[in-house]
Write a protein that binds this ligand. Structure first.
Ligand SMILES: *[C@@H]1O[C@H](CO)[C@@H](O)[C@H](O)[C@H]1NC(C)=O
Ligand SMILES: *[C@@H]1O[C@H](CO)[C@@H](O)[C@H](O)[C@H]1NC(C)=O
Ligand SMILES: *[C@@H]1O[C@H](CO)[C@@H](O)[C@H](O)[C@H]1NC(C)=O
Ligand SMILES: *[C@@H]1O[C@H](CO)[C@@H](O)[C@H](O)[C@H]1NC(C)=O
Ligand SMILES: *[C@@H]1O[C@H](CO)[C@@H](O)[C@H](O)[C@H]1NC(C)=O
Ligand SMILES: *[C@@H]1O[C@H](CO)[C@@H](O)[C@H](O)[C@H]1NC(C)=O
Ligand SMILES: *[C@@H]1O[C@H](CO)[C@@H](O)[C@H](O)[C@H]1NC(C)=O
Ligand SMILES: *[C@@H]1O[C@H](CO)[C@@H](O)[C@H](O)[C@H]1NC(C)=O
Ligand SMILES: *[C@@H]1O[C@H](CO)[C@@H](O)[C@H](O)[C@H]1NC(C)=O
Ligand SMILES: *[C@@H]1O[C@H](CO)[C@@H](O)[C@H](O)[C@H]1NC(C)=O
Ligand SMILES: *[C@@H]1O[C@H](CO)[C@@H](O)[C@H](O)[C@H]1NC(C)=O
Length: 463
């Protein structure tokens, strides 16, 4: 018995050494099981589903989904060039300092054997290694959605996939399409690329590029931001790992490093070097950033978001659209502006910038982790009292149902479509005027209807 066990254990361990555990095991769960989960506080780290309210994502028994819209942020990626450079300089600072030390101790002692994670050739692009690889994440999600919406697929028709023109967005859209159609095994798709430039006007998935009044560097109260967690962590690291001269700015670099390294390697010793206080503090700092630059804290957010909402509403109103699945790929901030317009994560009060505020809820990771997915579903539900079908709207953010404020009387806490549409119609903003947009560029979204015209590129390279 003992012998058999030994043989078995040996066989198993031989077998397991053939598999790189890091390729398959997620150190942090992608499911929202735990608020302490590091992924809930990173901003640039791997996808994590939202916590939400515990509502079932199943379609209620008396309903069928007859139309669905997806707005999706691209998948896990390498840092942008400028961020990659900053992280590399920070890494070298630590490495250089460590070379002079006779003894390296404390939370940063790992640095002596550590290598930099980023390859500048891949900056800006999706990651493809480790358990949080962006490419794999998006392919898998395409596959999951195909199973949810299989009844809406007509395999004899070509499926349009709408995407912004940046390479990483295009690549994500393309992976999604591959996952959704099983590599075109049973359905063909076509990429419909919306160039991310001024000439696209409102007919875009990155519409602030054509909105001169949208200030990309708007900060508002962020100019006064003074959260103490950075200093506390710097003091701690300098006490426990003396000699590195860690500054407050370095704390931000550590957390950014942590997120991006996880996208590439699946884990990061930098994440382990800091306290949970810092992880929470940094998460709040990310919330502030989104809130004041592309959320309810900046009034131009509504203008941009209203253009996306108007297009969605127009499709929802049409009972005879040729397509019933609309998949659109874009950026994090386009999604936060759409949510802001819909009032889904609205706040009457502003978020304080001098301390971490726990009782005013606006979580950036709840809505736009990397790979964020915002879904609007139209459902027809049988009403046994009237013996008729009624139509409802449900919104899923990061794979959880998020009820529409003041409108959750329908099955599965859905919202009667008339309420949803009249909310949008009565709040719509005049994008061209409020943006001071070039009047020679498209004044409204048309790509969902005219994508067959041949006027859109099908590859990011042709832009
Ligand atoms: C690290 O040391 C190298 C070699 O001495 C030097 O070229 C580089 O500028 C240093 N980097 C930092 C960030 O201190
Ligand atoms: C290493 O120590 C030498 C001698 O004290 C000093 O000149 C040099 O600036 C130190 N380098 C770093 C990176 O701290
Ligand atoms: C599927 O698409 C084909 C081609 O457009 C069309 O002829 C057919 O009627 C569609 N089938 C259904 C069930 O809508
Ligand atoms: C996809 O398009 C190709 C080329 O037109 C065609 O040969 C193939 O049958 C199509 N596949 C499906 C699943 O419709
Ligand atoms: C307005 O858009 C047109 C068409 O794209 C372009 O030719 C023109 O240069 C733009 N005008 C300005 C002021 O940017
Ligand atoms: C920054 O703080 C100063 C001093 O309290 C205040 O006067 C100013 O209005 C604040 N700026 C913003 C944009 O909130
Ligand atoms: C620590 O770093 C700061 C900012 O880079 C620098 O001004 C200061 O001289 C450094 N202190 C030591 C002891 O190296
Ligand atoms: C946004 O606020 C600024 C400053 O108060 C104001 O000038 C501008 O008209 C507002 N824009 C919109 C679209 O409400
Ligand atoms: C679409 O269908 C809904 C309910 O099925 C109905 O209330 C609405 O009037 C229809 N809209 C159009 C434009 O036919
Ligand atoms: C069914 O219709 C009745 C009568 O219009 C209404 O009172 C009831 O709320 C409806 N039920 C659902 C689940 O929508
Ligand atoms: C809303 O969308 C419709 C359909 O695309 C378009 O005709 C209309 O101009 C849009 N309204 C605004 C205010 O953008």
């Amino acid at each position: 018995m003992v012998l058999i066990k030994t043989i078995l254990v040996t066989a198993l361990s031989l077998f397991s050494t053939n598999i790189d555990a890091q390729l398959v095991e997620k150190k942090y769960s992608s499911f929202a099981t735990d608020q302490k989960n590091l992924l809930r506080h990173l901003g640039s780290g791997p996808y994590v589903e939202s916590i939400s309210f515990g509502i079932s994502t199943d379609t209620p028994y008396q309903c069928t989904i007859d139309q669905a819209h997806l707005y999706m942020r691209h998948g896990e990626r390498f840092p942008q060039k400028s961020v990659g450079k900053t992280l590399n300089t920070f890494f070298n600072k630590l490495k250089n300092a460590s070379k002079n030390m006779t003894e390296i101790i404390g939370p940063l002692s790992f640095i002596k054997d550590y290598t930099f994670f980023g390859d500048p050739n891949w900056y800006e692009q999706e990651t493809w290694t480790g358990p949080y690889a962006g490419i794999g994440d998006i392919f898998e999600f395409g596959n999951i959605l195909r199973q949810r919406y299989d009844h809406l697929v007509n395999t004899s028709k070509t499926l349009p996939i709408f995407t912004g023109g940046q390479k990483r967005v295009f690549d994500s859209a393309h992976e999604f399409a591959q996952g959704f159609t099983f590599n075109q095994y049973d359905q063909n798709y076509t990429m419909v690329v919306l160039p991310e430039n001024q000439d696209s006007g409102v007919n875009s998935l990155a519409n602030t590029n054509s909105c001169p009044n949208f200030d990309n560097s708007y900060e508002g109260p962020l100019v006064n931001m003074s959260l103490s967690y950075r200093k506390s962590e710097a003091d701690r690291l300098n006490a426990l790992s003396p000699g590195f001269n860690i500054t407050e700015d370095d704390i931000s670099d550590i957390m950014t490093y942590c997120g991006f390294e996880m996208n590439v390697r699946g884990e990061s010793k930098f994440c382990d070097a800091v306290t949970q206080d810092t992880i929470v503090g940094f998460g709040y700092e990310r919330d502030l950033y989104y809130f004041y630059s592309n959320g309810p804290g900046y009034n131009m957010s509504w203008v941009s978001g209203s253009a996306y909402a108007n297009a969605t509403a127009t499709l929802l109103k049409d009972n005879n659209t040729e397509e019933n699945l609309y998949f659109s790929f874009t950026h994090d901030t386009d999604i936060t502006r759409l949510l802001t317009f819909l009032g889904l994560i609205d706040l009457d009060e502003e978020l304080p910038v001098d301390h971490v505020e726990f009782y005013k809820f606006y979580s950036a990771t709840e809505v736009v982790p990397i790979g964020a997915r915002f879904i609007t579903e139209r459902m027809n539900c049988y009403n046994a009292t009237t013996n008729e079908d009624d139509t409802f709207i449900r919104i899923l953010i990061n794979e959880q149902v998020i009820p529409i404020p003041d409108c959750s009387s329908g099955p599965g806490f859905s919202c009667p479509i008339d309420y949803f549409l009249s909310f949008i119609d009565s709040n719509i903003l005049d994008f061209p005027t409020l943006c001071n947009m070039n009047s020679s560029t498209p004044q409204y979204v048309s790509f969902y209807w005219d994508w067959k015209s041949g006027k859109y590129p099908t590859d990011y390279t042709s832009i």
